[in-house]
Design a protein around this ligand. Sequence first.
Ligand code: NCD
Length: 340
Amino acid sequence: MFKFEGANILSVNQFDRESIEYLFRIADVMQPYAHRQKQTRVLDGAILGNLFFEPSTRTRVSFGTAFNLLGGHVRETTGLSSSALAKGESLYDTARVLSSYSDVIAMRHPDSGSVAEFAEGSRVPVINGGDGANEHPTQALLDLYTIQKEQHAHQAGIDGMHIAMIGDLKHGRTVHSLCKLLCLYQNIKLTLISPKELAMPDYIIDAVNNAGHECVVTEQLEGHLDADIVYQTRIQQERFATEAEANLYRGKFRLNQAIYTQHCKSNTVIMHPLPRDSRADANELDNDLNLNPNLAIFRQADNGVLVRMALFATTLGVQDIVQKYEAPVRWFSNKTDTVN
Ligand code: NCD
């Protein structure tokens, strides 16, 4: 079992299945706080350093929200150009200084391996919020948590499921981390749909094959969408040399209600780490899917808060005393589970 307390969360490779199931049980416990049925002050006085050196909305705000929902305070810095890194400061020095201002740090950075390098200089746990095209472990955990919930709603589990991943599988760190996590499960069929130039890296396909899963690699949507989960992704334009190069692939694999009706199962669940590119030349998940009850993208984003709360509670060692510091909610609130 992975020892969460005091640990850095840098890669999904750190986890075994038992640790993930444990973390997901803690995430379940967080639901009443995230839904504002009650509040907890268990992290009152603790400070999160939320360092985002690459664009982010959901991940950055959900890390901050998760920490606030546990009663903690958030100090944030965004953008490489507005930080001392732009003056030539090393990641090590930044980490030494900022870790003395914080109890835990969440960090996103455009370079692969940068968050691990930062963690070497940090005196507090560091959570990887995405390091270049490498990994996005908290997204993969929330994706897997969502898959588990959606599969349960269909009286099924993660073992034995069929998942199709679509889009920029070369640069997409969310699908890299998710594939690695799925290697901990059994008998999965993985269909990887992308232009061949944007195919999933070989080392990940090898890991999937070594885990005994069935892996189908294709450039065609048609005939490959009859999966339990369809996981759409965005062309990662920021990882291409030029925008013109990214434009070659934009809009190649669109999903809309007509395609869903024709090619998916009647209960295929649609996921996307978001943001979905809704510009006319991309439109990778059409708005006409918004009323489809199997569109799980907003449930998925909501689950991000629960999983990040669970990660903060476990890395700071308060997971068993969350209820002890409970208080009623005094303001109007009618939050419930998102329908879609
Ligand atoms: C993803 C990311 O940043 O890797 N977004 C996210 O964290 N939810 C996916 C993307 O940007 O396409």
